[in-house]
Design a protein around this ligand. Structure first.
Ligand code: AMP
Length: 190
């Protein structure tokens, strides 16, 4: 099953996905962060990394074609019992449509929509110290999120698979909510 993690930059999707996947690896849970994959490509100096770097350092989105290609193989090779926590993808409507085309039938089981007040997002991002976490780039990333990615909330809500997760809580509480919601979706799909 594919579990999409939606929500603004800094809301904690990466932290939560990574913790959830490492504690349930034996149950086939996996974490795929497109941002982390891109940062690896940039560090390796690959072709893709060089192309992506200019967008990432400005806080812009990397073009859809490159992103869809990156994710497609991983999604196609998903085992029937695997749970893929998709963190940072899709971020545009065309990406969401490409994912729906490429994912095995019925495998997109859930979109977890993480929410937290804006003031918390900026504080968390400034505390991370990533190259694209300067005040100016953060402001731009939040704008890009609101204009381009936020509409996906409605897209998945209309499909009846969106569940909101209050991310302004302690990590164990958020992990507990995630486990419960994913567990319910797995029970429904089996
Ligand atoms: P993240 O680690 O998810 O915050 O992503 C860091 C940066 O990588 C973003 O600001 C984008 O420039 C790029 N990126 C990651 N995922 C995507 C995506 N699905 N579509 C376009 N750009 C992405």
């Amino acid at each position: 099953m594919i579990v999409i993690l939606l929500g603004p930059p800094g809301v904690g999707k990466g932290t939560q996905a990574s913790l959830a996947a490492s504690s349930r690896r034996d149950q086939g849970w996996q974490h795929l962060s497109t941002g982390a994959l891109l940062r690896e490509e940039v560090a390796r100096g690959s072709d893709l990394g060089r192309q992506a770097d200019e967008f990432m350092s400005r806080g812009d989105l990397v073009p859809d074609e490159l992103m869809v290609e990156m994710v497609a193989a991983r999604v196609a090779s998903l085992g029937a019992d695997d749970v893929l926590l998709l963190d940072g993808f899709p971020r545009t409507l065309p990406q969401a449509q490409a994912l729906a085309d490429k994912a095995p039938g019925g495998s997109i089981g859930l979109a977890l929509y993480f929410t937290a007040p804006d003031s918390i997002l900026t504080d968390r991002l400034l505390g991370r110290g990533r190259a694209d976490d300067t005040e100016e780039v953060i402001a731009h990333r939040l704008t890009v999120y609101r204009e381009t990615t936020a509409p996906l909330e409605r897209y998945y809500r209309e499909q009846g698979i969106l569940v909101e997760i209050d991310a302004d809580r302690d990590i164990p509480e958020i992990q507990g909510s995630m486990a419960e919601v994913v567990g319910d979706a797995l029970a429904r799909s089996s």
